[in-house]
Design a protein. Structure first.
Length: 382
């Protein structure tokens, strides 16, 4: 009977205090959102999202992340719609190039039957100019898209990192933030500038070499083009390895120091303050817990926005790479060997640009997630 009374008493206490606790946590999170300028961060982020979040509310995504009820179905549908649009665009380019190649093969057969070499050369040059026009149209669009994406990612990271760092300082990750913030911001800006000022011009040189070398058999610069391609890929691999290595090593050590420092401070407060020391320590933990929830939610929104910035150019470049490789394979039977080689090499160039995009994408994703993970690891040491 006494046990039943105790159970009933516990249930009554839970019913009375749990809603108040939940409400207090909600109020704490709302206060923290105002204190750390989260609403301002969301407004600033909208300039980087583009068409992906044209009909979505970032504030709603943040609140869903805080409550732990995130609906990913809308994001998946949006990605599929973008993929469908890019596939249609890729098919149009593919069919245009194939149509030019087929017309050229017919005219070439006629000129060969007339045994007129000058007409054959003229037809080849006309075909070549038409195909190069389509290629350069796609290529210029892609180069501008890669540059814009790089600028958007760097700009957004310069907006996101200070907000995350403020929340991390609030939750006690002092050493982690003092070490990682300057490293991540410096590396992202430095590598972004390297890509725009060195790698993109190299890609332009490779494309120019590929186009010029196919005009005549007398121009042979295949070795130079191959060297520049391999150098670019090696450079991308080294960049990503250095970034991940530096951030991981520095962050692991810093998070351990933060956790041990916070645990020591909590023990001192609990033992030094008479009567209410333990309660005070628990209250501090509760407030810090709300800060961690908000920080993780902001980090999640940051990752989603990073994906929204990159998804369109990544899908576009993927479709173009496959399209050019496919049209090179299909046209091999009827097209001139130099045309087939040009299309194949342009497919390789688009693939390198895709590699550049993936490098920037993974770099900012890794930087963001490691920043969140390291501060969470510090809390575990408590």
């Amino acid at each position: 009977m006494k046990i039943q009374k105790k159970i009933i008493l516990i249930i009554i206490i839970a019913i009375i205090f749990i809603p108040k606790t939940v409400k207090a946590e909600d109020n704490t999170i709302e206060t923290q959102k105002e204190t750390f300028g989260i609403n301002s961060f969301i407004e600033n982020s909208k300039q980087y999202t583009g068409e992906f979040f044209a009909d979505a509310d970032i504030s709603e995504i943040l609140n869903s992340a805080i409550s732990g009820k995130v609906d990913n179905s809308k994001i998946y549908k949006k990605i599929l719609n973008i993929l469908g649009t890019e596939v249609q665009t890729g098919i149009k380019s593919l069919l245009s190039i194939l149509a030019i190649i087929i017309i050229h093969s017919i005219l070439k057969s006629i000129s060969e039957s007339l045994e007129n070499d000058s007409i054959s050369k003229l037809i080849y040059y006309v075909q070549y100019i038409a195909i190069v026009t389509i290629i350069m149209s796609n290529f210029s669009d892609v180069i501008n898209l890669v540059k814009q994406t790089s600028n958007n990612l760097i700009g957004f990271m310069n907006t996101l990192i200070p907000v995350l760092v403020s929340l991390m300082l609030y939750t006690g990750s002092i050493t982690t933030t003092s070490i990682l913030e300057p490293i991540i911001l410096f590396l992202i800006n430095f590598i972004g500038n390297l890509i725009q000022n060195i790698l993109i011009p190299i890609i332009l040189i490779i494309a120019s070499i590929s186009i010029i070398s196919k005009i005549s058999d007398q121009v042979q610069v295949a070795k130079l083009s191959k060297f520049l391609k391999s150098s670019t890929l090696w450079f991308l691999g080294i960049i990503l390895t250095i970034f991940v290595g530096i951030v991981s090593l520095e962050g692991t050590l810093a998070s351990s120091v933060d956790g041990i420092t916070a645990k020591t401070a909590k023990s001192i407060v609990s033992s030094a303050v008479p009567v209410v020391g333990k309660i005070l320590g628990d209250v501090v933990d509760s407030v810090l817990g709300c800060g961690i929830i908000l920080k993780n939610a902001v980090g999640f929104v940051g990752v989603v926005i990073i994906i929204s910035i990159c998804i369109v150019p990544i899908l576009k470049l993927s479709v173009l790479t496959i399209s050019y490789k496919l049209v090179a394979s299909i046209s091999e039977v009827i097209a001139d060997a130099k045309i087939v080689k040009l299309l194949d090499e342009m497919g390789d160039i688009f693939k390198i640009l895709l590699g550049i995009l993936f490098t920037i994408f993974f770099m900012v994703i890794i930087g963001t997630t490691l920043l969140i993970k390291m501060s969470n690891t510090g809390m575990m040491y408590r």
